[in-house]
Design a binder for this molecule. Structure first.
Ligand code: ASP
Length: 323
């Protein structure tokens, strides 16, 4: 019996894990989203999950594991079994910035395997409607003149909205007081209610409220206007020239996940992003598809490392450290 088990294990090793991948997935898969339900990461992951389950033939569940700028949710993925049944959603904040801000207890590059790059989003500068400014120069003047520091909602230290806030402080010289939430969905609710002054938010999160007239938009941090919101000027046009930021995103799995399982997940995600109906949903949210030649796991790994080299100096210079 013992010999049979050993022989079986050897066969499995020799096949490079094919036996595992052949019937993968045989039950539901969980996507860990490290921010609140209803927010931009959640929305993107749900669009992907809905389409990927058609290819994979199993249900893809979303689990929102929130807190500490998404670093708790990523930790959950790092510690999960490397069998393809736990996928982590992440972005520039969770998979780059957090490494410079938190004592994570895991390594963002060596403890995870990249799966695929997902759509990206420019940021948008938005304020509560009761702010008496209509243009970006008016907003900057109002923020500067404010007797108490202007409040900026974020999804926690290291989140996209926080890095964007730091970048905004850098280019405008205005000091912000950050109000952290477990995602920008609850931050946006408070902005609509007039509880905070601004968010430098992902366009996909704020665009619905901007269209509904419940908050005010000043500029998008992109070089070109966003197709679905072409009346909103770019930062270059509106007076904060050079303030460009794109919040890219991706899927990762725990380190040690068999290569052919990673390839199956990658294939399902690539197929989802090639579907015109999915592309339309992303376009409506102001999301840009990743370049076609950047859809391999290796490309995401290379990109993540390049982004670490680019962003860590600025984040470390801002001296944001959460122990
Ligand atoms: N992506 C985050 C969310 O879904 C927000 C952020 O990173 O700012 O809430």
């Amino acid at each position: 019996m013992r010999r049979m088990i050993l022989a079986g294990m050897a066969a499995l090793l020799l096949s490079g894990g094919h036996a595992l991948a052949d019937n993968f997935p045989s039950h539901s898969i969980t996507i860990v989203v490290p921010f609140s339900a209803g927010g931009p990461s959640d929305a993107l992951a749900r669009i992907m999950a809905e389409r990927m389950q058609r290819t994979l033939g199993q249900t893809l569940l979303i689990e929102n594991v929130t807190g500490a700028g998404g670093s708790l949710g990523v930790g959950r993925v790092v510690r999960a079994a490397p069998d393809g049944y736990t996928i982590g959603f992440g972005h520039l904040g969770t998979h780059v910035a957090n490494g410079a801000i938190y004592k994570l207890g895991y390594d963002l590059v060596t403890d995870l395997e990249p799966v695929v790059m997902l759509p990206s989003n420019p940021m948008i500068i938005v304020s509560r409607n009761t702010v008496p400014a209509k243009t970006l120069p008016e907003l900057l003047a109002w923020l500067k003149a404010k007797p108490t520091p202007p409040t900026a909602g974020t999804a926690g230290a290291g989140s996209g909205s926080h890095i964007a806030g730091l970048y905004f402080e850098n280019v405008s010289g205005i000091k912000l007081q950050y109000v952290p939430y477990r995602g920008t969905a609850p931050a946006l609710t408070d902005l609509v209610a007039g509880q905070i002054d601004i968010i430098v938010d992902q366009t996909s999160n704020s665009i619905g409220q901007v269209r509904a007239g419940t908050i005010r938009a000043y500029a998008v941090t992109a070089e070109k206007r966003v197709e679905t919101a072409s009346d909103i000027p770019t930062t270059d046009e509106a007076g904060l020239s050079g303030f460009h930021m794109t919040l890219w995103s991706g899927f990762w799995v725990p380190k040690g996940t068999p290569k052919d399982i990673v390839a199956k997940l990658n294939g399902a995600a690539v197929e989802a992003m090639a579907d015109p109906a999915v592309q339309q949903k992303f376009r409506d949210l102001g999301l840009d598809m990743p370049p076609k030649d950047q859809l391999t796991p290796e490309a995401l790994g290379t990109w993540q490392k390049a982004e670490i080299a680019k962003w860590w100096p600025m984040i470390k210079a801002a001296n944001v450290r959460v122990e």
